[in-house]
Design a protein around this ligand. Structure first.
Ligand code: NAD
Ligand code: TDX
Length: 334
């Protein structure tokens, strides 16, 4: 099978590429990636002889067209992905997440190629901490940030192209991923590498916001399950029952790295900060038979801490720039 992985040099797409090469000897993988600040070229270097890597933009139809024509399936991970950046400047989010997805849809439509579109649970907005509800495929879209609004729009474009033009597509909306090769701007790698470099972890707001954590390998196994057995035109939620509040995550990282569990700072809260996300993945489990491997967040987090401790060469050159960017907008609160 010829697989085109857009955004395949970023966190989830690169893990998908590495896992596909390891588990699917029949797969021929091409990565199309713009190599924005979020891509780390070091991630795919060890497999450079087994993957064709093209530097290009999903919003550029001329680059995209021959790659799509040559594929059996396109898996679209390419996106601007960080909420904080979308608050500072939404323009690249509109361009890549909306115009890019539109350009990709037109290419798969032209060539009759199957698409799987990767999306997020943030399209559903947020839940109160004491609300027993979780998101399902039927929950109404109510995105809060420029990032989640553009992801919601991209999902709606995919649905319209399915209905109006018969494009063969599926969509998945996944909860927060963690694991190796995640950019240092994101919560878990930021705090692990803070502690490893002698900087105190930084919690937004009161630290009680809840995220529903899933290991990136479980997300990517679910994506292959949907490509193999999902119904065309359908949406599947992906989650592994991993709800934890941010303060607990930071305390666990500090303890695992031998620091006092209260050695963190509270900083300026994120504007419009979603309170809680929670996924009900019953449909994926019962209809398609997917189950996660990492059912214990604590052990998945421990493995991730070990990975960052053992792979300083992957992240250390980028750490100072990420922290100085945050220092411009965030103040430590008393
Ligand atoms: P990431 O920021 O680590 O990687 C995104 C990749 O896309 C980068 O390699 C970047 O260079 C590339 N890219 C950006 N604009 C591009 C363009 N115009 N053309 C081609 N490539 C482009 O993001 P991630 O965390 O790996 O997220 C991947 C996908 O998964 C995104 O669609 C995101 O919305 C979705 N998602 C992420 C999470 C999460 O927890 N990280 C959860 C659910 C869904
Ligand atoms: O330094 C920090 N301190 C902090 O308290 C950072 C970077 C984050 N946070 C909080 C904000 C969130 O409540 O931690 C939580 C997680 O933050 P992010 O890593 O920025 O993730 P989130 O905003 O939840 O979005 C992520 O999951 C859904 C991904 O970045 C999205 O791409 C995905 O769609």
């Amino acid at each position: 099978m010829r697989v085109l992985v857009t955004g395949g040099a970023g966190f989830i797409g690169a893990n998908f590429t590495l896992r596909t090469l390891a588990a699917r000897p029949d797969a021929e993988v091409t990565v199309l990636d713009k190599f924005t600040y979020a891509a780390n070229p070091a991630t795919l270097e060890p497999v450079a002889d087994r993957v064709r890597v093209v530097r290009g933009d999903i919003a550029d139809a001329i680059v995209l067209d021959p790659l799509v024509a040559d594929a059996d399936v396109v898996v679209n991970f390419a996106a601007e992905s960080h909420n904080d950046n979308s608050l500072a400047d939404p323009s690249s989010f509109v361009q890549t997440n909306l115009v890019g997805t539109y350009t990709l849809l037109e290419a798969v439509r032209r060539h009759g190629v199957r698409l799987h579109h990767i999306s997020t649970d943030e399209v559903y907005g947020d839940l109160d901490l004491d609300d027993p509800a979780r998101f399902t495929e039927e929950t109404a879209y109510q995105p809060s940030s420029p990032y989640s609004a553009t992801k919601a729009g991209s999902d709606l474009l995919v649905r319209a192209w399915v209905r109006s033009f018969g494009v063969a597509a599926t969509i998945s909306n996944c909860s927060n991923n963690y694991g190796p090769y995640q950019h240092l701007e994101k919560f878990i790698p930021r705090q692990i590498t803070n502690v490893l470099t002698g900087v105190r972890p930084k919690l937004y707001g009161d630290g009680r916001n809840v995220r529903d954590w899933i290991h990136v390998d479980d997300h990517n196994d679910a994506v292959w399950t949907i490509i193999d057995r999902g119904q065309l035109g359908e949406t599947y939620l992906i989650g592994a029952d991993g709800e934890v509040d941010n303060r607990t995550v930071v305390e666990s990282i500090l303890t695992a790295l031998g620091q006092p569990s209260d050695a963190f700072d509270f900083v300026t809260d994120r504007a419009g900060h979603d309170r809680r996300y929670a996924i009900d993945a019953t449909r994926l489990r019962t209809e398609l038979g997917w189950t996660p491997t990492y059912t214990d967040f604590a052990s998945g987090l421990a493995a991730t801490i070990d990975w960052y401790r053992d792979h300083r060469e992957w992240w250390a050159p980028h750490k100072a720039a990420v922290e100085s960017g945050y220092a411009r907008t965030q103040q430590i609160l008393d």
